[in-house]
Design a protein around this ligand. Structure first.
Ligand code: FAD
Length: 434
């Protein structure tokens, strides 16, 4: 059986893996010291593009356009880059067994990869309706979106089915972005979710009201508080109807499901400490097993700002955690030290001509400021979250780069707030004074 040996192995080929590779190159690794092993067939890319420009009929994003690290304004790492930097890019290779005691990974083809130091960057996988036993969930033309081959399948369906009807299951950021992308493709879209308003993990009712109104005006049929309980198919096994718990039936040629994701920790079960569904790390992304690090979506790490531990499924953290881990690896080899990971949560999304950013923590009381009318041509609004008299979170729709910087500063500094009413009146002026 073939066996390969590397000093450092990055397991995964997504955002965190790509940014880790760049950080290794910055430290000047020797030829053949680093391997990046991915089950995907392409070099690491900026995953958020898949639910945005990748699906647009115009201004379409395609590889090699969005390989990492363009999403953060950095160099685009083409496959040649890995070669030039002595990093072995091992693609289309799924690791099916990990033995942390013997420092060995085994691929589905039986190849053994030995390492001295491992970075786990396996990310997340989507939750499937088949996992919940939803009848008919295995019908053709029911799509999920995590990797590029899934995006390609969705693009093919959009092209094959002109003037079609789509049902998007889920009202999180994937549901919102996909509903918009399908609508831009002139598809008749219904977005269905069980919660009372969209994006409930972040949005308050006030924020959600704007997006639901805006989507409705764009022709998206927003169906709230409704549970999908099954699918009916035609004679070819293609989805035809989506059945809701309240008895309604929606016609559909395409269904896209975005109901959440779970971290890919399975390979390491019982071998490494876990917490909050992820692999537990310290502030340097070191796990409970020596020489094993975990970064990106799979890591549950100390959130220094809030004095707790969290797992974060966002691209900004995937990038920064990967860089922190590689810096920590070199520091420990050189018997130096690096500072602890100091992360300010940052999430964003874009759809239609909308674009929002959020920084900090969405806890405590909240207030909306600005023009949040979905029919207004000059919509620009935001929200602050106040806990124990301090502003701990800030959200802004349609902000300029300077304004987004200002709300980020609010979340970082956590200034005191006299009253919610005053914050509502001052709006962005409050942020600009911090
Ligand atoms: P991933 O990028 O998922 O990479 C994991 C990699 O590991 C994949 O290449 C996978 O194939 C590989 N892998 C897994 N298991 C194995 C194995 N056993 N063997 C070999 N390879 C393996 N975040 C935002 O902040 N803003 C956004 O707008 C946004 N949009 C998104 C849109 C979409 C469609 C998706 C899916 C996610 C989006 N995210 C967004 C979330 C963000 O992309 C993730 O948080 C980020 O990609 C996590 O990086 P990661 O490297 O941990 O995981």
């Amino acid at each position: 059986m073939a066996e390969k040996s590397f000093k450092y192995v990055i397991l995964g080929g997504g955002v965190a893996a790509g940014y880790a590779a760049r950080e290794f190159a910055k430290h000047g690794v020797k030829l053949g010291e680093v391997a990046l092993i991915s089950k995907e067939a392409v070099a690491p890319y900026e995953r958020p593009a898949l639910s945005k420009a990748y699906l647009f009929p115009e201004g379409t994003a395609r590889l090699p356009g969005f390989h990492v690290c363009v999403g953060s304004g950095g160099e685009r790492l083409l496959p040649e880059w890995y070669m030039e930097n002595g990093i072995s890019l091992i693609l289309s290779t799924e690791i099916v067994k990990a033995d942390l005691a013997s420092k060995t990974l085994t691929s589905s083809a039986g190849i053994k990869f030995k390492y001295q130091t491992l970075i786990i960057a396996t990310g997340s996988t989507v939750l499937r309706l088949t996992d919940f036993g939803t009848p008919g969930a295995d019908a053709k033309n029911i799509f999920y979106l995590r990797e590029i081959d899934e995006a390609d399948a969705l693009v093919a369906a959009i092209k094959a089915k002109k003037n079609s009807k789509a049902v998007v299951v889920g009202g999180g950021y994937i549901g919102l972005e996909l509903s918009a992308a399908l609508r831009v493709n002139n598809i008749d879209v219904s977005m269905v979710f069980p919660e009372p308003w969209c994006m409930p993990r972040l949005f308050t009712a006030g924020i959600a009201a704007f997006y639901e109104g805006y989507y409705t005006n764009k022709g998206v049929n927003v169906i709230k508080g409704a549970l999908v309980v099954g699918f009916e198919t035609n004679e070819n096994g293609e989805v035809k109807n989506v059945k809701l718990k309240d008895g309604r039936v929606l016609e559909a040629d395409i269904v896209v499901v975005g109901v959440g994701a779970k971290p890919l920790t399975q390979l390491f079960k019982g071998q490494v400490e876990e917490d909050k569904g992820g692999i537990k790390t310290d502030a340097f992304f070191k796990t409970s097993v020596s020489d094993v690090y975990a970064v990106g979506d799979v890591a549950t790490f100390p959130m220094k700002m809030y004095g707790d531990i969290r797992r974060v499924e966002h691209v900004d953290h995937a990038r920064k955690s990967a860089e922190q881990a590689v810096k920590a690896i070199f520091a420990s080899e050189e018997e130096k030290s690096v500072g602890e990971y100091e992360y300010l949560p940052f999430f964003y999304s874009r759809s239609f001509d909308l674009s929002w950013q959020f920084y900090g923590d969405n806890v405590g009381e909240s207030v909306v400021f600005g023009d949040s009318s979905p029919t207004s041509s000059s919509h620009k609004f935001g929200s602050y979250w106040v806990k124990d008299g301090q502003v701990v979170g800030a959200f802004l729709e349609s902000g300029s780069p300077e304004e987004n910087k200002a709300i980020a500063k609010v979340a970082k500094v956590q200034p005191p707030a006299d009253s919610l009413d005053k914050l509502a009146t001052e709006g962005l002026t409050f942020a600009s004074k911090v």
